[in-house]
Ligand binder design. Structure first.
Ligand code: CTP
Length: 384
């Protein structure tokens, strides 16, 4: 993968240094193009050292021995402009090619994914001309990563802040991945559910939500239309999912899942749904006395219910086991009438960034190991 990064003179330019570092860590080959004004803010040597890459600044540079703008644009798997000033946005949108970066923007082939990250003062960003120019770019296929709202270098608070580099990275991954799940509606549940005992106490479990969020991220990357229904977690909403629904209890998760089930193609129940909830939720805080017995009742089994209603859907369940992992998971495959169970050792993988699991279908068992995203990618290799 070859990333061509254009850097213009937004004050957020220092954040683009970290972006180059992230590209490097992902193993991407990167080339950086800086505008003349960008060089007034940061020396090209910083990008070169951090990104272990070449930095180009001049259309008429002859050192390389080739025509810089055509050669770089031809090689690029993806073209990113971050940060993008109002000036470079205007030039690209209107076909002005008067320096290396704007010339490359014209030379990059139509089929190469293109990303632009506008960052500037709010009034400049909201200016009609800038908005019109961004709209023009969207229309011809550029992916505009919207700036965030927050403190700006000028001291004002508003829209125009450079977004998180993780988001830009995710956009790059999204644009360069094969769209295996194109036109598929994918519903994923994640995290624990929380069952109230009284206004201050609850029953829950150690699920972090990481596996479900990783699956949602990968499903989106593969082109799915992704809904993530999540119990309470401390994780950030995955950047690109289409619908993100936060629930608390098993009952809420049940309702949100069933409501969407019919129009869904793939359901992946990663959530650690509570199997029991208190028989009654006390209105007031329970005062301590002697020992107490808490009466619990079963929650509805969401996976079993969608297994029962299944028509065209492909259903994947998870099994958090602590013993006889494959054997127990196989039973769930039959009992819940699902197509696949991902079984893992709950004591080892809950909360961890890595996963070790068995992908179990009716005719095979495959052991997989790696980061949660890597395991998610492997799961999708077994889907379609
Ligand atoms: N599940 C569900 N609704 C529930 C409980 C579990 O949809 N009320 C789903 C989980 O999301 C997971 C699968 O069922 O995909 C297996 O959950 P797990 O808790 O491991 O197993 P259980 O079926 O609850 O069985 P047991 O607790 O006896 O192992």
């Amino acid at each position: 993968m070859h990333v061509l990064l254009g850097v213009s003179s937004g004050i957020a330019i220092y954040k683009a240094v970290d972006l180059v570092s992230k590209f490097r860590k992902e193993g991407y080959e990167t080339n950086v193009i800086m505008t003349k004004n960008a060089k007034n803010l940061i020396a090209p040597a910083v990008f070169s050292a951090v990104g272990n890459c070449n930095v180009y600044t001049d259309t008429f540079d002859v050192d390389s021995g080739w025509i810089t703008h055509t050669e770089l644009s031809r090689k690029a798997s993806v073209f990113v402009v971050a940060p993008a000033t109002a000036n470079i946005i205007g030039k690209i949108a209107n076909g002005i090619a008067d320096d290396l970066l704007s010339t490359i923007a014209i030379a990059v082939p139509d089929k190469t994914p293109k990303v632009i990250v506008p960052t500037m003062n709010t009034r400049m960003y909201e200016n009609n001309i800038v908005q019109e120019n961004l709209e023009k770019l969207r229309k011809i296929g550029w992916y505009v990563v919207e700036p965030e709202v927050g403190h700006l270098a000028c001291g004002e608070i508003g829209k125009g802040r450079y977004p998180e580099n993780e988001k830009i990275l995710e956009v790059v991954k999204f644009l360069t991945s094969k769209k295996k799940l194109k036109d598929k509606k994918v519903l994923i549940t994640a995290g624990p559910t929380v069952e109230s005992i009284d206004p201050v106490r609850f029953i829950s479990n150690h699920s972090s939500g990481k596996m479900g969020y990783a699956i949602a991220t990968v499903a989106k990357r593969l082109g799915g239309n992704v809904t993530l229904i999540s119990g309470p977690t401390s994780l950030k909403k995955p950047y690109l999912v289409d619908e993100f629904i936060e629930v608390v209890s098993a009952e809420e998760m049940f309702n949100e899942t069933i409501m969407r089930f019919e129009k869904t193609d793939i359901v992946i129940m990663v959530a650690a749904v509570a199997d029991y909830k208190p028989k009654e939720v006390r209105k007031h805080k329970i005062k301590k006395q002697g020992d107490m017995v808490l009466e619990l009742v079963r929650t509805k089994d969401i996976l079993k219910e969608i297994g029962r209603r299944k028509s065209h859907q492909l259903i994947v369940g998870f099994a958090a086991e602590t013993e006889n992992i494959v054997e127990n998971a196989r039973k769930k495959l039959e009992e819940k009438k699902v197509d696949m169970i991902i079984a893992n050792n709950a004591t080892k993988v809950m909360g961890s960034d890595n996963s070790h699991a068995f992908i179990i279908t009716r005719n095979q068992v495959v052991e997989v190991e790696g980061s949660k995203e890597e395991v998610a990618e492997k799961i999708f290799e077994f889907i379609y």
